[in-house]
Every structure is written in structure tokens, then in C-alpha cells.
Write a protein that binds this ligand. Structure first.
Ligand code: ADP
Ligand code: MG
Length: 256
């Protein structure tokens, strides 16, 4: 994680970080991802929205290979993502993921949760990993909770720990799949604020969310999915004020 915050425009100029070309995926007879073409520039924040079942989670899961694909190509920072093997573990570590359910290790402390992957996957020294973990926990505002267990934290705090844990792997891109959907309303903002700050710091982010305020203020681009396809892509202002497709108009009329 770079400490220096670089203007988004400067980072975008340095090239494409995540590229999906003609990606297809089936679950049995269900064609869940259909000819997906998506390019995400370094430092770009892309918000993915769309009706339930449109394939948003599957899209995220293919980008860090929790799911295989049937055809097409995914590259992360110029390197093709293999379907399996040793190389996959290393490339996958470049893709941080935060889920709706916080997925912390319940029998490990907060500090251990954020230290573990650094030592096991990134081969960091334990002391260095702990220092890094404490700095990251401070950064997301839960430094005081380091020695507690996840169950002793609020949902908002747990989700911020999950973000710190993903950041600890020093990922090139962060995926968020409805990170605030399981939270009580009063905890949503504390998580969105951490994500806003991350975006301002220049992190490349793909965010599936129903938080349209976040999309308007943090996204460079909105990607609208329906029935396994990318139906529409636009800058947030344009998308929200003047959606082109009937599917997007219909969707927005239900949620706004
Ligand atoms: P979204 O996140 O947009 O709600 P998902 O990507 O979770 O959509 O799901 C897209 C479709 O794929 C849905 O119809 C869902 O039921 C189906 N699906 C998701 N995961 C699986 C799976 N492991 N096996 C079979 N069908 C699945
Ligand atoms: Mg989903």
C-alpha cells in the first residue's frame, strides 16, 4: 500500500489493471456470465449494480478465481489468471476481496486475522506483519480492538477488520461484494467512509453495492448488469440522471 496519495488521473494513465475479455460462465444450464468485456484502469473505482441474480457476485468471484470460467481471458496487471495451480495462489493474493458476511476467523484475534495471510502467503516476518497489521487497523479505525475476538466487535468494526485483512496482502485491486448489506443501518457509513478514503488514496476498486450515494461520490464508472450481461456502463452522473437502457431505467425506478 503506497502512503503517497496520487491523483486518480495520474494513476489511470499508467494502464489497465484488470481486463476481462469475452468471459463466459455457466452453472449447469444457466449462462450466468455472458460475453463479459470489462477493463479497469489502475486507480479506477468501478461500482457494479444490477438486480439480484444478475451475476454480480459471480463476476467478482471469477476475478479472484473462487470460480473458474468456461471461456474468455482474465488478466491482472498484464498477467493471465490461470484456472488453477501454484501461480494462481500468488496472483490471487493481488486481488483483495471483502464479502457481505465478514468471514473473519472466529477463533483468532483481530490482530491474528490481519497478520496470518501476510506470514503464510506473502512470507512476511511475523514482527513486520504485526506492525503492518496494527498500522492498517489504525487506518480503518479499529486499532483499539486488536486483541479482541471478532464476536466481541460490532458488525461495522468486523467489516473494517476484513478490509484491513485484505489490505494486509498488499493487493493491486480490491473487490467488495455488497460489503454493507449485512450491517445495521447505523454502521453502514463507517464502512463506506473507509472505502471512500481507500478510493481517494488511489486504490483500484470494484464495488458491488446498492449504496447509490457511494456510487455517486466515489465511482469513476458505473457498470449495470442484468441477466449475466453488462447492459450499460457510464459515469455515475450520466448513469443516474440519464440511463440509456430500459433495464437500467426500470432498475433505478425501483431503488431510487
Ligand atoms: P448477484 O450477485 O447479481 O445477485 P449471483 O452472481 O450471485 O448474482 O448469481 C447469478 C445467478 O447464478 C443466480 O441465478 C444464482 O442463483 C446462480 N448461482 C450463483 N452461484 C451458483 C452456484 N454455485 N451454483 C448454481 N447456481 C449459482
Ligand atoms: Mg451477489
Amino acid at each position: 500500500m503506497t502512503e503517497v496519495s496520487v491523483a486518480k488521473e495520474d494513476q489511470a494513465a499508467t494502464g489497465d489493471l484488470v481486463v476481462l475479455k469475452n468471459v463466459n460462465k455457466h452453472f449447469g444450464a444457466l449462462h450466468v456470465l455472458q460475453d463479459i468485456d470489462l477493463t479497469i484502469a489502475r486507480g479506477e473505482v468501478v461500482v457494479v449494480i444490477g438486480p439480484s441474480g444478475s451475476g454480480k457476485s459471480t463476476l467478482c468471484r471469477t476475478i479472484n478465481r473462487l470460480e473458474t470460467t468456461d471461456s474468455g481471458e482474465i488478466t491482472i496487471d498484464g498477467k493471465p489468471l490461470p484456472q488453477e495451480g501454484k501461480e494462481l495462489a500468488r496472483l490471487r493474493a493481488d486481488v483483495g476481496m471483502v464479502f457481505q458476511s465478514f468471514n473473519l476467523f472466529s477463533h483468532k484475534t483481530v490482530l491474528e486475522n490481519v497478520t496470518l495471510g501476510q506470514v503464510k502467503v506473502r512470507k512476511a516476518e511475523k514482527k513486520k506483519a504485526e506492525e503492518n497489521a496494527r498500522a492498517l487497523l489504525d487506518r480503518v479505525g479499529v486499532g483499539q480492538q486488536a486483541d479482541k475476538y471478532p464476536a466481541q466487535l460490532s458488525g461495522g468494526q468486523q467489516q473494517r477488520v476484513a478490509i484491513a485483512r485484505a489490505l494486509a496482502m498488499d493487493p493491486k485491486v480490491m473487490l467488495f461484494d455488497e460489503p454493507t448489506s449485512a450491517l445495521d443501518p447505523e454502521m453502514i457509513n463507517e464502512v463506506l467512509e473507509v472505502m471512500q478514503q481507500l478510493a481517494r488514496d488511489g486504490m483500484t476498486m470494484i464495488v458491488v453495492t446498492h449504496e447509490m450515494g457511494f456510487a455517486r461520490s466515489a465511482a469513476n464508472r458505473v457498470v449495470f448488469m442484468a441477466d449475466g450481461r453488462i447492459v450499460e456502463e457510464a459515469a455515475p452522473d450520466q448513469f443516474f440522471s440519464n440511463p440509456r437502457s430500459d433495464r437500467a431505467k426500470d432498475f433505478l425506478s425501483k431503488i431510487l
